[in-house]
Design a protein around this ligand. Sequence first.
Ligand SMILES: CC(C)(COP(=O)(O)OP(=O)(O)OC[C@H]1O[C@@H](n2cnc3c(N)ncnc32)[C@H](O)[C@@H]1O)[C@@H](O)C(=O)NCCC(=O)NCCS
Ligand SMILES: Nc1ncnc2c1ncn2[C@@H]1O[C@H](COP(=O)(O)OP(=O)(O)OP(=O)(O)O)[C@@H](O)[C@H]1O
Length: 204
Amino acid sequence: MFKIGLTGGIASGKSTVLTYFKDKGIPYIDADIVAREVVEPGTEGLEAIVDAFGSNVLHDDGTLNREALGAIVFHNEEKRRQLNDCLKEHIRNRIMELTAHYESNRAAVLIYDIPLLIEGEWYTMMDEVWLVYVNELTQIERLMSRNGFSKEDAMARIKSQMRLDDKRSYADLIIDNNGTPQALTAKLDTIWSDRLEPLLQKPQ
Ligand SMILES: CC(C)(COP(=O)(O)OP(=O)(O)OC[C@H]1O[C@@H](n2cnc3c(N)ncnc32)[C@H](O)[C@@H]1O)[C@@H](O)C(=O)NCCC(=O)NCCS
Ligand SMILES: Nc1ncnc2c1ncn2[C@@H]1O[C@H](COP(=O)(O)OP(=O)(O)OP(=O)(O)O)[C@@H](O)[C@H]1O
């Protein structure tokens, strides 16, 4: 199974790229979805968060108050590390479990959408790393408009990740997403026919 690690920075366009390949029927693992699963009520992940941050990061119904936790961790490096420590093992276990599932289903290709692929050293288990790249100005604008964040909040989230420029040297393929959605689709059409279709046609 050929493993592709799709990464980028917050709001650089990973989900948009993933949607293109999902629509083609390629199996995928979305780390943001996994990160939500491991904090559902009753999980060890949520328990660890409450131990570390207190019950004021919960809604009245016991679910995680993501806004409250985000406001803490994206403005405080140490708290963010603490959160990562609470969840990293649970996220890793679930991703490895899903990987085993796709291996046993004899998938030819698996795409991993992992925002912290480089920071979390996931790139070492990938056959290729694909980086969805935008310049910082575009990233700030798209993040502000998608999430309704102030410039300060957008910057705080961007600064909590490795600079996109520093991620470039880890990438086997850089997908520049500074242009229009149509320009992105044209690039993905080429990647599909030049890189993915040949992998899918290889005998298993
Ligand atoms: C802090 C939380 C509750 C905020 O939730 P919120 O709904 O506002 O954001 P969401 O989960 O949709 O994440 C949006 C983006 O933020 C970035 N991000 C998330 N967590 C982190 C982190 N710990 N460090 C740096 N960037 C992060 C990613 O680019 C992600 O795509 C949430 O992000 C979280 O639980 N983070 C810890 C888990 C994690 O590390 N996830 C990253 C995927 S492995
Ligand atoms: N080429 C483009 N032109 C204009 N807007 C775009 C383009 N590509 C993506 N967007 C928009 O930018 C925002 C961020 O894109 P997307 O959600 O795909 O990023 P992401 O990297 O998955 O973000 P996150 O790390 O937060 O999950 C979305 O609102 C999306 O619709």
